[in-house]
Design a protein around this ligand. Sequence first.
Ligand code: SF4
Length: 375
Amino acid sequence: MAGIYIHIPFCQSRCIYCDFYSTTLPASWHMPYVEAVAREMQMRADHQPVPTLYIGGGTPSQLSVEALRRLFGAVADELTLVPNAEVTIEANPDDITPQWIEALRQTPVNRISMGIQSLSDPILRTLRRRHSAQQALRAIDLLQQAGYHNISADLIYGLPGQSLRQFADDVSQLISLGIPHLSAYALQFEEGTALMAMKQAGTLSEADEELSLACYERLIDLTAEAGLEHYEISNFARPGFRSRHNSSYWTMAPYIGLGAGAHSYQPDSATRSYNCEDAVSYIATINNGSLPSTAERLTNDDRYNELVMLSLRTCEGLSLSQLEHQFGRKRLDYCLHMAKGHIDGGRLRKTAEEALCLTRRGLFVSDDIISDLMV
Ligand code: SF4
């Protein structure tokens, strides 16, 4: 069964660090875009049961109530969600109003992923986020009062001007509010972003790496003390609240991406396909009756590298029997040979289930370990 991802690329403004595909096209484009997504859904429909549906962006909570209704009308017409399907929508805190929640009630959404990023107003302003800390707290309260408790909060650490104390307070506050899932990422300076331009112009500097590592360490401790599982390098959840949709990416399950910039993956044919990253051309191509996507066949080495890269991020780790089954004894020996130094150095460990897992020490140098094991 394949999970479905729908990309809603609209954002009211651009955050300085963002390198996702998003656009500030006016709201008049929302309905034509949703109509095109509905058509793509029809074109790709395989009538298989759908275990997870994830509406991401961009900012899906920017859609008007009418467009949201049309989107979920198409979902109801074209997709067969399994009875306990996980249905997530990403939302910006300032879009979460009683009216928006009322509209959400008419949909199968049962999980909200909120881009909170920080509970410090000066930092939010630096990042050019649209919301304030107060709005984030109010959004959580509104959702919880309405019975939506499966909430994930995104946080960023290693931010300019952020202290360890401040970040730890944000984590503690979100935990104390009963948020059952946190995703936390170190700030990345990506090419083409306003953040990178500011760094190059010398108007903003990178946070100290030691401080960034200290934030990650505190995050691991605080979430563990509160009973959240550290189930993926950057993701923490109370038992029963892991993201099933995102977990399917890390286990290389099939998924279908709809909308501009969305990706799909079919493990049976080792094919990954990419929709064009332009909402206007996406709509035009779909309206002409074609799929705006290009496909790429993954080589054996690509698939091995993806298995290493994705599974080592999870707490279950890289299954050695799966590796041997998929890629043969020679590749298993290669992997174990490359892993030996990290096992001896206490950065990787072999579990009772015969999997390679990052140790706590390994979590801090995961990129180096993963690249050592790749071909
Ligand atoms: S709201 Fe999200 S997708 Fe939009 S610019 Fe900000 S980070 Fe990027």
